[in-house]
Design a protein around this ligand. Structure first.
Ligand SMILES: Cc1cc2nc3c(=O)[nH]c(=O)nc-3n(C[C@H](O)[C@H](O)[C@H](O)COP(=O)(O)OP(=O)(O)OC[C@H]3O[C@@H](n4cnc5c(N)ncnc54)[C@H](O)[C@@H]3O)c2cc1C
Length: 504
């Protein structure tokens, strides 16, 4: 189809990419802080939820507590670790309460985004699922909340002999609705939160369920309850207060934990392992499978709510094997040790494909954007990319904590631009930033799961000054974001008068 024939689907002051937990937060803040701005949320899927809509495997749940993973503005009133359905229900309430639904266009996948400095407008080419047509949206400001991984397919490594395997291969990201594990031998490859969720959910329902891990992961085991929240509820304290108090308490607890993991890694490690031994029983043969070689916290520590995983391992309903895969065979998986794990179903909880900007082809004034050449202002706006924000949450704390902070900043910026007649803003490296050392988006020494290592070189880079860093410390970032001066020379604006002057 000729480009000029694309159907025009409308113009909005702001377009948000994605209706996951970040995109719905963006919509909430736009509704409440920028009521004079028009906006639309474009979402590939047929409904909201993002991660929580996509993942439908048995037992799917959060790893973080919902007091911090939930929004600051919406009290969480249930158990801290929530099921996928509970999180969807929570988001549905926000959508209803804020009247967000009419703003969302489901079944709309953005393929390209082109910025014009002549018009100061983004043009988006979008595939509409309902009729397969390409439609065109325009917007003054693009706010992407596309998450960090591709929803279209999960990551499954290539192993020799996979074609010969006679059983079923399943990725948790695309769990078949009708998959019946009853009486089947199931092997789950992986050791992260997904495997830890699947094991207790399948234990007792299938003939055997075994977690096959290349190397062990750290686990925190605890009750799925915050006793202080229970106490406060008994006292009939307002839920908004409880939410804020528990949020602060858990943040403070987490902060202490992160510091300890960094500063006293050996002591912290000993505590984690002592907890594992307490739950499995001293001398249990599975203990070495929960004793990692890396420093705690260089990868996310998995949480086992109410000890479900450890109970199923202790009671022999689930097994753990540490080893490397040599090849797949007809009846299962052969390890390098020679051991064969027989399986009817193999679940590859092996991770994601990192998504670079929602797989959208970006151009600025006709030039393709190479994101690896951009530098991120506080992990959200990018040099050389005007009127643009990206939400990337925390990976050690709850993702969403960063989302609210970025959303408030974006809304302040939008209001500031409107008030001061600015039609374009782009962060720029100032004279004093020249020669600043640039680093990858995520430092591999800090956080290094496979999906990050495989594609981090394609992401924007960060600098070494606070304003050019992607923070991981919520307390510190909260203070820093509150002090942002929107007239700092780091923000290069084009205002109506300067456009008029340029045109004169
Ligand atoms: C099973 C699971 C459990 C997790 N648990 C936790 C947890 O407990 N705590 C935590 O902090 N993190 C957790 N995470 C990480 C989690 O992904 C983030 O917390 C959070 O859900 C990300 O939300 P998001 O809205 O930014 O992205 P997503 O949930 O990935 O949503 C992005 C949305 O954008 C849409 N989109 C993307 N590209 C386009 C495009 N080009 N056009 C249109 N739409 C597009 C997608 O369809 C999707 O709906 C978990 C991840 C998984 C997979």
């Amino acid at each position: 189809m000729d480009k000029n024939q694309h159907l025009s689907a409308g113009h909005f002051d702001v377009i948000v990419v994605g209706a996951g937990i970040s995109g719905i937060a963006a919509a909430h803040y736009l509704t409440t802080l920028c009521p004079d701005h028009t906006y639309a949320v474009l979402e590939s899927h047929a409904s909201f939820g993002g991660t929580w809509l996509l993942h439908q495997y048995p037992g799917v749940r959060s790893d973080s507590d919902l007091y911090t993973y939930g929004y600051a503005f919406k009290p969480w009133t249930r158990k801290p670790i929530a099921t996928g359905d509970e999180i969807l229900g929570y988001m549905e309430e926000v959508i209803r309460d804020d009247g967000i639904e009419p703003h969302i266009r489901y079944g709309h996948t953005i393929r390209s985004a082109s910025w014009s400095s002549t018009t100061n407008v983004w043009t988006l080419e979008v595939t509409r699922a309902a009729d397969g047509k390409t439609v065109r949206f325009t917007t003054n400001y693009l706010w992407t909340c596309h998450g960090y991984y591709r929803h279209a397919e999960g990551y499954t490594p290539e192993w020799p002999g996979m074609d010969a395997f006679q059983g079923q291969l399943v990725h948790p990201q695309s769990w078949p609705e009708d998959l019946d594990c009853t009486g089947k031998r199931v092997v789950v490859i992986g050791s992260g939160a997904t495997a830890a969720t699947l094991l207790p959910a399948l234990a007792g329902k299938c003939a055997t369920v075994t977690m096959l891990q290349r190397s062990p992961t750290y686990f925190n085991i605890g009750r799925n309850e915050v006793p202080l929240a229970t106490e406060l509820r008994k006292l009939n304290i307002d839920e908004r207060w409880i939410h804020e108090i528990i949020r602060r308490k858990l943040l403070s607890d987490k902060y202490v934990t992160i510091l300890r993991a960094r500063n006293e890694p050996d002591d912290y490690r000993r505590e984690l392992l002592a907890n594992v031994r307490a739950h499995l029983g001293e001398g249990h043969e599975a203990i070495p499978h929960f004793d990692p070689h890396y420093r705690p916290w260089t990868q996310r520590i998995a949480f086992d709510p109410d000890g479900g995983l450890f109970a199923s391992v202790r009671e022999g309903q689930a097994g753990v094997v540490t080893g490397e895969i040599e090849r797949f065979c007809e009846n299962g998986i052969q390890l390098k040790s020679g051991v064969v794990l027989e399986a009817d179903i193999v679940v590859t909880a092996t991770g994601f494909h990192l998504s670079v900007m929602g797989d959208i082809a970006f151009t600025v004034d006709g030039e393709p954007v190479d994101f690896a050449q951009t530098v991120a202002y506080r992990g959200t706006a990018l040099t050389g990319v005007p009127n643009f924000a990206w939400v990337f949450g925390y990976y050690r704390s709850s993702w969403t904590l960063r989302v609210g902070m970025v959303a408030e900043f974006v809304c302040k910026m939008l209001n500031h631009m409107r008030r001061t007649g600015a039609s374009r803003v782009t962060p720029v490296l100032r004279q004093e930033d020249e020669g600043m050392q640039l680093r990858p988006w995520i430092d591999p020494k800090d956080f290094n799961p496979g999906y990050v290592q495989r594609r981090v070189h394609l992401l924007p880079r960060q600098g070494c000054k606070p304003e050019w860093r992607i923070g991981e410390d919520y307390q510190q970032e909260t203070d820093e974001f509150a002090c942002i001066d929107l007239e700092d020379p780091i923000f290069e604006y084009v205002r109506s008068d300067s456009v008029a002057e340029a045109g004169a």
